[in-house]
Design a protein around this ligand. Structure first.
Ligand code: ATP
Ligand code: MG
Length: 277
């Protein structure tokens, strides 16, 4: 099979008209892949994405063809999927203020051009979920863009439809997670277009790499939250004297273990299934 793309986390192979998306155990912070893998991360992301794709299928079709019909060596962390033309936008929904969204709000009072009320603090719940797209940069960091920028890029019909879909996926995910004691603060989706023009949910969905997960019973606005996601690695990396350019630092064993435990905890709490590897 031909390797057509090696992303920060996934390797993408072409197999005829299909793609095989193979999730590795790599972890990236601030767009730098760290040299230390997190064991089982690729499998957890893959299994959790498959679980969500199924539960979102009435909102939007997804790219999954099969998780079984993949080469043995990758089974468990690979998905055979439809090869799409990806839209050059990261489709982000936020129900709470954190990360770059918080930074942007503190600078301008808006995120992606969406005006927010004054007085919000870190981890504040927003009056309603908002759509805050960014560029999908091939290199370097993604930047906030406005809804009008998205319209200019891909047309009003597609932009409006996928903005609504992004918010609907977020609301469905957040509601389900809330029943299981988890706040989904924000999430990033990716969509592509099939050859017949259909819009399709792609990549990964509502995973701890693409979303912020907080235990609901510990949520307190005004401070950093206990994170069951990649934020834990970012927080550890910011205690170091590292300028966020490659090469990234080796992750110590206890941080590897604690990160893996968080990914497993999120998987188990959301799906209600034990992680058996
Ligand atoms: P980059 O590709 O910029 O390194 P990344 O590190 O997030 O970003 P990965 O998630 O590691 O990338 O790799 C997955 C790649 O495959 C992404 O570029 C994603 O947009 C792309 N992709 C996901 N699903 C599909 C699909 N069904 N068809 C085509 N491309 C897809
Ligand atoms: Mg990705």
């Amino acid at each position: 099979m031909e390797l057509i793309h090696s992303g920060k986390v996934r390797d993408v192979y072409a197999d005829g008209d299909d793609l095989i998306l193979v999730a590795s155990d790599r972890v990236s912070v601030y767009d730098v892949v760290l040299p230390t893998p997190i064991p089982d991360k690729g499998k957890i992301l893959t299994r959790l994405s498959l679980w969500w794709f199924e539960r979102l299928a009435d909102i939007i079709p997804n790219h999954v063809i099969s998780a079984d019909d993949v080469p043995d060596e990758w089974r468990g962390r690979a998905i055979r999927c439809r090869r799409l033309t990806m839209l050059p936008v990261e489709w982000i929904a936020r129900g709470y203020l954190a990360g770059l969204g918080l930074k942007e709000y503190e600078k301008s009072g808006t995120v992606s051009g969406v005006a927010l009320p004054p007085g919000l603090v870190e981890a504040s719940r927003l009056p309603e979920p908002i759509f805050t797209p960014t560029t999908k940069a091939a290199e370097g960091h993604d930047e906030f863009i406005t809804f009008d920028d998205v319209v200019a890029e891909i047309g009003a019909d597609t932009a409006e439809r996928l903005r609504e879909t992004t918010l609907e996926v977020y609301r469905r995910g957040a509601e389900l997670a809330a029943e299981r004691g988890i706040v989904i603060a924000d999430t990033k989706l990716e969509f592509g277009r099939a050859p017949d023009g259909t819009l399709v949910l792609a990549d990964e969905v509502l995973t701890p790499d693409s979303s912020r997960f907080w235990p609901a019973d510990e949520w307190r606005p005004g401070r950093a939250q206990h994170s069951l996601d990649k934020q834990f690695v970012r927080d550890w990396s910011s205690t170091l004297d590292w300028d966020r350019t490659p090469p990234g630092p080796e992750i110590p064993q206890e941080v590897v273990d604690a990160t893996r435990a968080r990914y497993i905890e999120v998987y188990e709490r959301l799906t209600g299934e034990r992680w058996t590897g």
